[in-house]
Design a protein around this ligand. Structure first.
Ligand SMILES: NC(=O)c1ccc[n+]([C@@H]2O[C@H](COP(=O)([O-])OP(=O)(O)OC[C@H]3O[C@@H](n4cnc5c(N)ncnc54)[C@H](O)[C@@H]3O)[C@@H](O)[C@H]2O)c1
Length: 274
């Protein structure tokens, strides 16, 4: 456990997709630095994806780890595509915790396939989760940031939202959209002292890489290996850890980034310039 220095002390954060992976790391990092957290996740099988799905036990584990920091934690099981239910959970939690200052729209899915193997279902699931789910998250949370007099909204995009990553047409489309969405919200929410930025990680070691995920990407590259180097990092690492992305999220959540808005921040090991 890192030493607590209170970089977001007294703030309240909403994190989606927080049962595991990056969402869990974000929640723990923010709680370690003094924020109360609202953690939500669908915790259910996601039919299109080739990797294992999160469970209610995963979300309970996030809650238990976050509570060890001494901060208050409220959890909810919800599909971010369901705006009504998401709003209900967020409104209830904010009433209990008193305010909301930070939104981390992190829930997302990735289904790699060569372009001609993408089904309408895969396309629809990716677009609705990654784009509509992100929009829903801001719509559910932002009114509370306006009420608080300001805050920070962090939209988790991907390196695939800055530079094309091959064999992921729906995913790349969705993550470019998230990047644009951050700038569009930043323009209108700036008057309320609310900053909005997007985060663009390279490959991160999370359960998204489990199941047959790596084999699917490998098979797609084998079909046209000229594109394989597009996944290569400039730094000598093959992947990063959820905690590495959480460091970026914490920076954007804290006042250390108080004049950074409408920008892309990329913990991407240089992949997008390679
Ligand atoms: N892992 C990577 O290599 C990588 C790289 C760049 C960006 N990202 C992005 O980072 C974010 C987090 O991914 P991760 O690597 O932690 O993956 P992950 O699969 O481990 O975690 C994602 C979480 O989101 C939840 N989720 C998915 N759909 C949901 C929905 N409709 N409603 C509510 N929750 C839902 C899942 O249940 C899961 O717990 C995603 O937006 C992903 O696209 C991942």
């Amino acid at each position: 456990m890192r030493l607590m220095s209170g970089r977001v002390a007294g703030k309240v954060a909403l994190i989606t997709g927080a049962a595991r992976g990056q969402g869990r790391a974000d929640a723990l990092r923010l709680a370690e630095e003094g924020a109360d957290v609202i953690v939500v996740d669908v915790c259910a099988p996601l039919p299109s994806v080739p990797y294992d799905s999160a469970t209610p036990e995963d979300l309970a584990e996030t809650v238990s780890l976050a509570e060890k920091t001494g901060r208050r934690v409220i959890s909810g099981i919800v599909d971010v595509r369901d705006l009504g239910r998401l709003r209900g959970i967020v409104d209830d939690a904010v009433q209990q915790l008193g305010r909301l200052d930070i939104i981390v729209a992190n829930a997302g899915i990735c289904v790699p396939k060569p372009w001609d193997q993408v089904t309408p279902q895969i396309y629809e699931d990716t677009i609705s989760t990654n784009i509509t789910g992100t929009w829903n998250t801001v719509m559910a949370g932002a009114p509370h940031l306006v009420e608080a007099g300001g805050g920070s909204v962090i939209l988790i995009s991907s390196a695939a939202g800055l530079k094309v990553q091959p064999f992921m047409v729906p995913y790349t489309t969705s993550k470019f959209a998230v990047r644009g969405m951050a700038k569009a919200f930043a323009a209108e929410l700036g008057q309320h002292n609310i900053r909005v930025n997007s985060v663009h990680p390279t490959g991160v070691n999370t359960p998204m890489g489990s199941g047959t995920m790596q084999a699917e990407i490998g098979a797609a590259i084998a079909g046209y290996d000229r594109l394989g180097p597009m996944f290569m990092n400039m730094l000598p690492v093959d992947g990063t850890e959820p905690e590495d992305v959480a460091d970026t999220v914490l920076f954007l959540a804290s006042d250390e980034s108080k004049f950074i808005t409408a920008h892309e921040i990329a913990p991407d090991a240089g992949v997008t310039e390679f």
